[in-house]
Write a protein that binds this ligand. Structure first.
Ligand code: IMP
Ligand code: MG
Length: 185
């Protein structure tokens, strides 16, 4: 059987491992400064965020509680509307806590807008969003994102946790998939 390397399917590296690492360290420093003296809960939105989240948390120098959630937008596709479906909820109460939602990428903004609204009903002291990637051209709903790693063009990217059909999450850079990978399907 022919060897199949993840790299073979990547057309262009958009963000290298080194660039990501440097930016994640900056975000960690900024978050540590902004939340000093506050009771903060960082919420990892599974699954795309798992690598970014674990790197970011290790760049934060203040105490931080960690929670995990898995959500999906109802409807999916381009017209995802309604609310978010919670596949897995966090295990602790966030009332009175400063919540930082950590997400891999903000695209239309639907998922994060619904999630923020839903979490607000749990009475946290504050809610902010940290997204590694932001596609401003794709935004449908206006969501305030306090921390953004990188603004990127409207391209489908994979790696560093982000997937295509559940694959490529383990690719160490963030790259644009080759067209032939989609067209094969
Ligand atoms: P939205 O902001 O509600 O449109 O959806 C954001 C979600 O869409 C993210 O959490 C990703 O799961 C997925 N997504 C959007 N763009 C990309 C991409 O370029 N690569 C991988 N997943 C993406
Ligand atoms: Mg996701």
């Amino acid at each position: 059987m022919k060897q199949h390397y993840v790299e073979r399917d990547i057309g262009e590296i958009l963000l290298s491992e080194e660039e990501i690492k440097a930016r994640v360290a900056e975000l960690g420093r900024q978050i540590s400064r902004d939340y000093e003296g506050k009771e903060v809960v960082a919420v990892c939105i599974l699954r795309g965020c798992f690598i970014f989240f674990s790197d970011l948390m290790r760049q934060i120098s203040i105490p931080v509680a960690i929670e995990f959630m898995s959500v999906s937008s109802y409807g999916g596709g381009a017209q995802s509307s309604g609310s978010v479906k919670i596949n897995y909820d966090m295990q602790n109460d966030i009332a009175g806590k400063h919540v930082l939602i950590v997400e891999d990428i903000i695209d239309s903004g639907n998922t994060l807008s619904h999630l923020t609204e839903m979490l607000r009903s749990r009475d946290p002291a504050s809610i902010e969003i940290c997204a590694l990637l932001n596609k401003p051209d794709r935004r449908v709903v206006d969501v305030p994102v306090k921390y953004v790693g990188f603004d990127i063009p409207d391209e489908f990217v994979v790696g560093y946790g982000l997937d295509y059909n559940s694959l490529y999450r383990n690719y160490r850079n963030i790259g644009i998939l080759k067209r032939e990978v989609y067209e094969k399907e």
